[in-house]
Design a binder for this molecule. Structure first.
Ligand code: ADP
Ligand code: ZN
Ligand code: ZN
Length: 758
């Protein structure tokens, strides 16, 4: 017997399947999906690979080496996953190995056993004084120390997630002897599981609209005749209309039909509340894959899925690769979310992978949202997808009343506060009545950036071409409220002190410009001393082990007002919230990106959906300077269809998705002249290829330019943007050129269908 093997590590030039002989003692054990070790190349270096197919004869390959070793007793990949890997390889211009690495949890191939690596401070007192001296100039390192000061010892994996740092940050701190590691058998608390399947919660009785939507989905789920085609639905339902109930009932039906189910949710929605809701309905036949699982736990869940013990997988982006057999239903909740797009190579979108898998399995694809992406809504118009609408809330809660406040007229009336008079009055009223409020501002930090009012200089990061953001940090060990203001680069984490004179012209008129969440919190405390506030953004969630904790204390009414970035707008169901304020709503539109309007619309709508979910009607106040903006007007009116009509016309005219696709090739390196020259050479190669080959005449190839952020961590970045008919066309056009091109030592990144062009 022989088999085809693809390699885990390879370059595109060598990335194909290779024939190997299966030695007699491995006959019957090696199967499609087996993880094997094979000798490769002239030196027969041992490499890890995966069996793609078994075959009786070796074909024209006349020198065949045998498989060296079977690395895992049972196959680690299902046949359809290998087919998916082949498709991803073409679609994202990556290797089989790149695609397969998305499908295998790290622990399956590296870590063994259930030992957990714990991290602790070597000397907490010393660490605290080093922190107070400002001797650490990387925000990631500061966060790690702060977390350890608060929590003692923490599993490394959790610490890295909470502090948003990589392993190398921990290693750096260990080298400085500030932290140490210890392996233990300690496992975090398990979620309690319902003991008995009879205790599982019942489905709710669907209302009329839910019933109508479910009928169509259930029909498709049982409709064996059409399993070959793709059955796709867009469930367009306002917040609180009971979409989740539909997902759960459809999932129950699919499972009853002996099929399995994947439900994808944005990472931020994987709260304990959500987990509990799934657990209550499906018990132990469901697996919840959240980012706080330890690698060993993730591997364990993954093995249970592969062993067919799990019928329902709920998880964030990467759960789309779960090795389920016979998938009958795939759900993407909040399908427009940017977190479904991978920011690392291969830059896949979970919605595209979901479509590929659904087609392969004959599964129903159900996209749910209150604010559909333009792409997904357009598919319902062109007949690729069926629109299901929920226009009413499932409970008695009324939709919130929205109002736009013109901040220019506030200014004209002498109100220089961040809060309009109306928002201020409503805030006081809400709190007086024992209700809670949320204030949304889409900018982290204490304030925007630091600017010289004489020469206009903005303080930028030394190694990244971005303005540094001012943050006030609590001085560790000092009484609460003793803050120290610093400048932080959001790209590389570098910390600087705030200059007192302009480094360019020497002027003393240098100061903060614009407001961030931190400043909003401080101003609220000044203007409304009686109101208790809580802040939630990337900075505060990094200072705790999870945003769940912050949220829990807000739900427990330990604060009256939750201030935050877009994080607070998403999916949190807090009945006592009656007021939502959106500050500087037009700030989000300033970005020169084709999706800016769509994002702003979605964010404002979601924020509005947070108000008045309980017995009290909600109120939403949207503050803006440019109150005539279309996206803001439509969002305030909760009018998606009007917004869609305008936006889709703009997309069509400019051939933006879904009427065309965009690809971006970015090169980066230490020396700008080399990066520029290589990018220009690549541009010339692409132009020559377009002339030489048939079928690419309509591809627009834009000149090589500096990337919008042209330097990150000291590396210069140049890029080429292309526009074409479809992602497939662009990938087919780019692949042969990129595979042959000499990038020398430069890093490259290829993004087909980027989420944004920034
Ligand atoms: P969405 O996912 O659309 O935001 P949810 O599914 O979270 O909405 O539902 C909002 C609220 O309405 C939840 O508290 C849910 O329990 C309740 N709900 C949903 N469907 C029904 C129903 N058919 N009968 C009663 N309550 C329902
Ligand atoms: Zn100056
Ligand atoms: Zn930087």
């Amino acid at each position: 017997m022989f088999c085809d093997v693809v390699l885990r590590e390879s370059t595109r030039a060598f990335d194909r399947s290779y024939t190997y002989a299966i030695p007699a003692e491995m006959q019957g054990q090696v199967a499609v999906g087996s993880r094997v070790q094979v000798p490769f190349g002239g030196g027969s270096r041992l490499q890890e690979g995966y069996v793609q197919a078994l075959k009786a004869d070796a074909g024209s390959d006349f020198y065949i080496k045998p498989i060296q070793k079977l690395l895992t007793p049972r196959p680690v990949l299902r046949p359809d996953q290998l087919r998916l890997a082949a498709r991803m390889r073409d679609r994202y211009i990556c290797t089989y190995g790149d695609a397969i690495r998305c499908m295998l949890p790290a622990a399956v191939t590296s870590i063994r056993g259930k030992r957990t690596r714990m991290v602790m401070l070597t000397d907490p007192e010393e660490a605290q004084s080093i922190l107070n001296d400002g001797a650490i100039d990387r925000i990631g390192q500061v966060r790690v120390i702060e977390l350890l000061l608060e929590y003692g010892s923490v599993p490394a994996i959790e610490l890295m997630a909470a502090a948003q740092v990589s392993r190398s940050t921990l290693n750096t701190l260990a080298k400085k002897d500030l932290i140490q590691f210890e392996n233990t058998n300690l496992r975090p608390e398990e979620e309690p599981l319902p003991e008995d399947e009879t205790e599982l919660a019942q489905d709710l009785i669907p209302n009329e609209e839910q019933e109508a939507a479910l009928a169509q989905i259930l029909q498709a789920l049982t409709d064996e005749a059409t399993t070959a085609g793709l059955r796709e639905f867009l469930l367009f339902g306002i917040t609180g209309s009971g979409k989740t109930e539909i997902y759960l009932q459809a999932a129950r039906q699919a499972i009853a039909n002996d099929r399995s189910v994947i439900i994808l949710v944005p990472e931020i929605a994987l709260t304990p509340q959500m987990t509990a809701r799934i657990r209550a309905r499906f018990g132990t036949s469901a697996a919840v894959l959240h980012s706080r699982l330890l690698p060993s736990e993730r591997a364990e869940q993954w093995n249970r899925i592969l062993a067919d013990e799990i019928r329902l997988v709920v998880g964030a982006r990467s759960a789309i690769f779960a090795p389920l057999a016979n998938i009958g239903l795939i759900v993407l909740d909040e399908e427009q979310e940017s977190t479904y797009k991978s920011e690392t190579h291969p830059r896949y979108h979970a919605r595209d992978i979901a479509r590929m898998r659904a087609r392969d399995h004959g599964a129903v694809l159900l996209l749910g949202t209150a604010t559909p992406s333009i792409e997904s809504f357009q598919r319902t118009e062109s007949g690729y997808s069926t629109l299901l609408t929920l226009s009413e809330r499932a409970t008695d809660a009324e939709l919130a009343k929205t109002k736009i406040v013109d901040m220019r007229s506030e200014l004209a009336a002498g109100n220089r506060s961040l809060f309009s008079r109306e928002l201020a009055a409503e805030l006081r009223e809400a709190v007086k009545n024992g209700h809670q409020a949320m204030i949304l501002l889409n900018r982290r930090g204490y304030s925007g950036f630091v600017l010289c009012r004489d020469c206009g200089k903005v303080i930028r990061c030394r190694v990244c071409s971005v303005a540094m953001t001012s943050h006030a940090r609590q001085v560790a060990g000092a009484p609460p409220g003793q803050l120290k203001e610093q400048l932080i680069c959001h790209y590389c984490g570098r910390i600087n002190s705030i200059p007192t004179t302009c480094p360019n012209c020497g002027s003393k008129r240098i100061g903060r410009f614009g407001a961030g969440t931190q400043q909003v919190e401080e101003l609220m405390r000044k203007e409304f001393p009686e109101i208790r506030t809580l802040r939630m953004d990337q900075d505060t969630t990094a200072a705790r082990l999870s945003h769940g904790e912050l949220l829990a204390s807000f739900i427990n009414r330990e604060a009256d007002v939750l201030i935050g970035t877009q994080m607070i707008a998403k999916g949190h169901d807090i009945p006592n919230v009656t007021l939502v304020g959106v500050l500087a709503a037009d700030l989000m539109l300033g970005l020169s990106d084709f999706r800016a309007a769509e994002r702003a619309f979605a964010l404002i709508t979601q924020a509005a959906g947070r108000a008045g979910r309980g017995d009290e009607p909600g109120k939403v106040i949207i503050q803006a300077y440019n109150i005539d903006d279309f996206a803001i007007r439509c969002a305030a009116a909760q009018d998606y269809l009007t917004f869609y009509q305008e936006e889709v016309a703009f997309r069509r005219q400019l051939r933006y998705p879904p009427f065309g696709s965009i690809a971006v090739a970015t090169l980066s390196g230490q020396t700008e002249s080399t990066v520029r020259e290589r990018t220009q050479l690549l541009h010339a190669a692409l132009a020559a290829h377009r002339r030489a080959e048939q079928g690419y005449g309509d591809i627009e190839l834009f000149d090589a330019t500096r990337a919008p952020i042209h330097r990150i961590r000291g590396r210069y970045r140049w890029r080429i943007v292309l526009k074409g008919q479809s992602a497939e066309q662009l990938a087919a056009f780019l692949a042969p050129v990129l595979d042959r091109f000499d990038f020398q030592r430069l890093s490259r990144s290829i993004d087909i269908d980027p989420y944004q062009l920034m």
